[in-house]
Design a protein around this ligand. Sequence first.
Ligand SMILES: Nc1ncnc2c1ncn2[C@@H]1O[C@H](COP(=O)(O)OP(=O)(O)OC[C@H]2O[C@@H]([n+]3cccc(C(=O)O)c3)[C@H](O)[C@@H]2O)[C@@H](O)[C@H]1O
Ligand SMILES: Nc1ncnc2c1ncn2[C@@H]1O[C@H](COP(=O)(O)OP(=O)(O)OP(=O)(O)O)[C@@H](O)[C@H]1O
Ligand SMILES: [Mg+2]
Length: 276
Amino acid sequence: MSAADLSDARRQIIRDLEVAPEFDVRGEIERRVAFLAERLSSTGARALVLGISGGVDSSTAGRLCQLAAERVREGGGEAEFIAMRLPYGVQRDEDDAQRALGFIAPDRVLTVDVRPATDGLADALDKAGLEYDGDSARDFVIGNAKARERMAAQYAVAGAAGGLVVGTDHAAEAVTGFFTKFGDGAADLVPLTGLTKRRVRAVAAELGAPSAVVDKTPTADLETLSPQKPDEDALGLTYEQIDDFLEGRPVDGRAEEALVARYRATAHKRALPVAP
Ligand SMILES: Nc1ncnc2c1ncn2[C@@H]1O[C@H](COP(=O)(O)OP(=O)(O)OC[C@H]2O[C@@H]([n+]3cccc(C(=O)O)c3)[C@H](O)[C@@H]2O)[C@@H](O)[C@H]1O
Ligand SMILES: Nc1ncnc2c1ncn2[C@@H]1O[C@H](COP(=O)(O)OP(=O)(O)OP(=O)(O)O)[C@@H](O)[C@H]1O
Ligand SMILES: [Mg+2]
């Protein structure tokens, strides 16, 4: 791709993903809390539901949800934030998840172990005769199944509580399609839209998150055979590079090409199902 085509593609991506040229952290917090509170009021929903992993994305989105629920109640409405712990068995960094909950101070916490459902599905697929291209391919596919079990648990709670499911997608994740389609990619409201990873961290810090939460190494933590694999290792790109790309800062040519290619290859994950 020529340098001119590459920079056109980059500008289009920045527009599509709604990355703002300027960033005012207080203003962004207010706009996003107001958005969540307005959605609660205008839809008549009584709750926001979100899985809290201990990572910075769900910690930030969770605190915004809690503030929005409190704002609705202060206005005389009925709303609560239901934080869900969704470990696969015992989570290695459970302490981080508990620290995140301490920061968010949610109205309610529900814990659902997604392991029995995930393992049940994996066993049933084996019994049905499904074959994988090796153990690590199986681990990867079942990793995505964990994310979809988390989605199923959140929608069950939303259904029972009259709530809306909140997702943590933001520009630095959307650009690479680094989420499970119809897993963590499925949600009713996505309050972090348009933020880069460093802007998510800035929002978390401004909201008063402890530095262990703000600076936690991002991990999808889906693969049993490579627990807590850092996102940056899986992607072959750093969040510094991704954020620089999205904020229009200088970034090395190979990273720029890789990001445009990934964006194009994952277009289907950001779109509605394809119809004739
Ligand atoms: N061209 C196309 N048009 C329409 N649909 C297309 C398609 N190509 C694939 N598909 C469909 O998409 C499926 C592949 O998508 P998907 O199942 O998502 O799978 P995939 O994109 O291969 O994997 C998800 C990736 O996101 C990472 N992830 C997941 C969850 C959270 C986080 C995190 O950051 O925390 C990261 C995960 O570690 C993994 O690397 C295919 O099986 C197929 O059904
Ligand atoms: N163990 C878990 N318990 C509860 N929710 C989870 C868990 N793992 C993932 N999730 C949900 O899936 C979402 C996607 O995971 P992702 O790793 O992108 O976000 P994060 O863990 O909050 O932050 P980071 O990307 O920095 O690790 C999370 O924001 C959270 O809502
Ligand atoms: Mg994570």
